[in-house]
Structures are given as C-alpha cells and as structure tokens.
Write a protein that binds this ligand. Structure first.
Ligand code: PNS
Length: 162
C-alpha cells in the first residue's frame, strides 16, 4: 500500500475543466502514485455546471490516466484530506496574482491541519491565459472553445450557452 504522502489531491471548482487543468493533472499523475481530482460542491456559489456534470466531464477527460480518480467534495478541503488520508494538495499557478490568493489558502489549510503540504505547479506557458471563466465568456458569445477545453466540454458549453 502506498504511503499516504503519495496521494495528491488536486482540488478546484472545474466549472468547467479546461486543457490547463488537464495538463496539471497529467503532470501530477506522473509524479504521485495516486491523484484524486476533487470537485468542490459549494451550494453557496453559483456554477454553470452541476457538481455531477463537472464530475462526469472530468472523469471522461481523464480516462487515459489510470492512477487518477475524480471525486466530489463539500465543506472544507482539509476535512476531505483527512477522509482520504492524503496530505498533499496540488494547485496550478498561472500568474503572480494567483499566488497571493493561493498562499493565503495554503497557510490557512496548514494552520488548520499541520502536516498538510501544498505543492504549486507552474502552468504551461501555452495554457497560462486559459481559465474556466474566460472560456464560459467566449462560449456565451457563440465562439467555439475546442482549442481550450476537451471536446465534450466544448460541446456541453455550446449546448448550455446557446
Ligand atoms: O478552482 P478554484 O475555484 O480556484 O478552487 C478553489 C478551491 C476549491 C480549491 C478552494 O476554494 C477550496 O478548497 N474550497 C473548499 C473550502 C476550503 O477549504 N477553503 C479553504 C480554507 S478557508
């Protein structure tokens, strides 16, 4: 059985998953024995896609990675970490502005549960400008998004925002 340190949790809203997220999962899965992609179900936050829809789109986009599973969580991330026995959180960084927010969250998580470590992975330059919100915006104006998201996501965006 792998040591719990070998399980990485990659949390996010994934509303919807983009090629930038997929790249982070691919690189994380090459480093850790197991990767859990954790989709936040936050009833207080309005999302375009339901947690179930986000889960399905992620799972279908990640079938090639045998050591990756997708789960939905609600509440605090540290409680989900405890439940899974994982102690590594992976977050992708695009800009310095991402880092300010991410550092605060990482320190809060660390103070709530010492032993939890957050690893930051630099986004690939070709993906730096890709975000779920921009992808939703261009899809809402009828633009094709296949350059930025998996095909099933582009289809779902076109259907939902037409
Ligand atoms: O994709 P996002 O929206 O940038 O992901 C943010 C996420 C889900 C990682 C973060 O909001 C989170 O962990 N939320 C769960 C509640 C929590 O634990 N917050 C941090 C400590 S206050």
């Amino acid at each position: 059985m792998p040591h719990s340190a070998d399980i990485a949790v990659y949390p996010g809203s994934f509303d919807p998953v983009t090629n930038g997220h997929i790249d982070i999962v691919a690189r994380t899965s090459a480093i850790f024995d197991r990767v859990i992609v954790a989709v936040l179900d936050n009833r207080a936050k309005e999302t375009l896609f339901s947690p179930e829809e986000r889960h399905v789109m992620l799972a279908r986009s990640l079938t090639e990675f045998a050591n990756v599973e997708v789960r939905v969580f609600s509440g605090l991330l540290v409680d989900f970490m405890k439940e899974t026995g994982a102690r590594i959180i992976v977050r992708g960084l695009r800009f310095v502005s991402d880092f300010e927010y991410e550092l605060q969250i990482a320190l809060m998580n660390q103070s709530m549960m010492p032993g939890i470590e957050t690893f930051f992975m630099a986004s690939r330059p070709s993906r730096t400008f890709v975000s779920s919100s921009l992808v939703k915006e261009i899809a809402s104006h009828g633009r094709d998004t296949t350059a930025f998201v998996p095909q099933i996501v582009a289809d779902a965006l076109a259907k939902k925002l037409k």
